[in-house]
Design a protein around this ligand. Structure first.
Ligand code: GRF
Length: 215
């Protein structure tokens, strides 16, 4: 089967992006990274991607002026690179309904909490504040409501005595880096899809991903 072409959307550091690129280098991976797009021209992840020979596009949301203009530019770049799937990896702009609808079922995101808890930002601080004993990350299809799309897989970590937000974030991040490439690979194999706002798993896709749930 031809490898699916993926466009990755970032806004910053790009460590999840790097983990997706690393998986794509393995011969058995079902996807390849066609381009990396950032809404911030100074995103560190753009340099990392370029240094690995991946096409990059800096689409400055400030210069573009509106959400519609950014999304139109991203859509054009994704099509120009032949992308069939989109992976948001620390992409920090709210997207328009039109763009989300265009990529429905083909665009995923990683969020640093066990959704539906702690949607939005500052998830690690809020998990500590709430006193939860487990925390983690979720990979989900992107839908119009922020961080509310169909959940595909989740990774769980303990919250330990003495944790601060940085320590907890680092523990979650190591799981993110395993979970996200695994989910994208299974998506690229057409073993998961979105139907009526839920994730549908073909064959043993759910079992494949659940192995990773505790990191
Ligand atoms: C990650 O924690 C991801 O879950 C969230 O933003 C952070 C991005 O980090 N969406 P990086 O840019 O992938 O290093």
């Amino acid at each position: 089967m031809a490898r699916k072409r993926v466009g990755i959307l970032i806004s910053g550091r790009g460590s999840n992006m790097a983990s997706l690129i690393a998986r794509a280098k393995q011969p058995d991976c079902a996807y390849e990274v066609a381009c990396v797009i950032s809404n911030r021209p100074d995103a560190k992840g753009l340099e990392t991607a370029a240094s690995q020979g991946i096409a990059t596009a800096a689409l400055d949301h400030k210069a573009l002026g509106s959400r519609e203009a950014l999304d139109a530019a991203m859509h054009e770049a994704l099509l120009a690179h032949g992308c069939e799937l989109v992976a948001c990896a620390g992409f920090m702009r709210i997207m328009t309904g039109g763009f989300i609808a265009e990529w429905a079922g083909r665009m995923v995101n990683i969020h640093p909490s066990l959704l539906p808890m702690f949607k939005g930002i500052d998830t690690h601080e809020r998990a500590l504040e709430a006193g939860v004993r487990v925390h983690g990350c979720s990979v989900h299809f992107v839908s119009e409501e922020l961080d509310a799309g169909a959940i595909i897989a989740q990774g769980v970590v303990p919250v330990l005595p003495g944790d601060d937000a940085d320590r907890l974030a680092a523990r979650v991040l190591t799981v993110e880096h395993k979970l996200y490439p695994a989910v994208l690979d299974v998506l690229a194999q057409d073993r998961i899809s979105m139907r009526d706002g839920r994730t549908v798993f073909a064959d043993d896709a759910a079992a494949t991903l659940s192995i990773l749930q505790n990191g």
